[in-house]
Design a protein around this ligand. Structure first.
Ligand SMILES: Nc1ncnc2c1ncn2[C@@H]1O[C@H](COP(=O)(O)OP(=O)(O)OP(=O)(O)O)[C@@H](O)[C@H]1O
Ligand SMILES: [Mg+2]
Length: 290
């Protein structure tokens, strides 16, 4: 199937057919009307941004403005470039030979690919969580203290404070406060993912990139991460890749639909799920492919 970017006629809400239930977040977006479209300011801006693996253009001339303090979901079928685009934002693709970015990608007004960009600082400001929890084979305490130590923080009392507040923000403190010096690999999958969130939060990032953060978790652990996203949203810009459209509808303010590397549609989540403007989006969210 090729990308159909023809505007379709205003159709009846696709939501009914797709069975997507908008969460409280999207419902409140409805109440706020256009406020959702104008609130915040652009925090990450892509202009004709392409990401290449050698000669293959995996992300094609994307133009988007990601709002500060909002949750943006990236959806689309497997292989459409979601992770590639997400990783470009904190230059995780730098580690892949032959991968390069063309066009413009800016964070907080600065070109992410400027040769002067300090990538370590960028990754402190733009944190990331992956599909599979990836704690270091260290203690729970050392996992969370890792970033602050890398930034030069040596004071034990300050580190203890950072570790506690980060674990509280990721709703893990009560479960681990008596075992901070146990190996993190002894935690359950859901706990490990919340530990990875605490580790990311410990360096006070401004943006959190989440690549399918709940796909390896059971429904209860998934719910906890979704609740955390709701709690964090005002203080962080969150970009979450998800295959779960219910999740996108529940947690996000804006949704970007990618297909074959192209950003087909970007709009308030409610609009994407109730009145998508592109036929291709509608076909995807109603489960006709993907
Ligand atoms: N390291 C790589 N080298 C070469 N090609 C790659 C590499 N990583 C991804 N690709 C290709 O780039 C395209 C986009 O991949 P990407 O992983 O971004 O998709 P995705 O939307 O995240 O898919 P999924 O939902 O399966 O995770 C795919 O065609 C993929 O095969
Ligand atoms: Mg992916």
């Amino acid at each position: 199937m090729s990308v159909d970017v023809q505007e379709k006629n205003q159709s009846p809400a696709a939501a009914g057919r797709g069975g997507i239930t908008l969460g409280a977040r999207a419902a409140s977006a409805k109440e706020n009307g256009n406020a959702q479209q104008t609130a915040g300011r652009p925090h990450v801006i892509a202009e004709d941004c392409s990401v290449w693996y050698r000669t293959t253009e995996a992300v094609k001339k994307v133009n988007v403005e990601i709002q500060q303090g909002k949750v943006t979901a990236i959806i689309g079928p497997s292989g459409c470039g979601k992770s590639t685009f997400l990783r470009a934002i904190n230059r995780m693709n730098d580690l892949i030979p032959g991968c390069r970015v063309t066009g413009k990608l800016a964070f907080d007004g600065t070109d992410i690919y400027d040769p002067c960009m300090n990538v370590v600082h960028l990754r402190q400001r733009v944190g990331m969580m992956f599909q599979k929890p990836n704690p270091f084979p260290k203690t729970i305490f050392d996992n969370v203290a890792y970033g602050p130590r890398l930034k030069g923080q040596k004071g034990r009392a300050i580190l203890e404070e950072i570790v506690e507040s980060s674990l509280r923000r990721s709703a893990l403190w009560d479960e681990v406060k008596d075992r901070l010096h146990d190996n993190a690999l002894g935690l359950s999958g859901g706990q490990q993912q919340r530990l990875c969130l605490a580790r990311a939060l410990a360096v006070e990032p401004e943006v959190l990139l989440m690549d399918e953060p709940t796909s390896a978790l059971d429904p209860q652990a998934t719910m906890r991460i979704e609740d955390l996203i709701a709690e964090l949203r005002d203080n962080y810009t969150i970009i979450i890749v998800t295959h779960n459209m219910q999740q996108a509808a529940r947690v996000s303010d804006f949704t970007a639909f990618f297909y074959e590397g192209v950003l087909v549609e970007f709009a308030p989540t409610e609009q994407i799920f109730t009145n998508p403007q592109q036929r291709c989006t509608e076909e995807y969210i109603t489960g006709r492919f993907g």
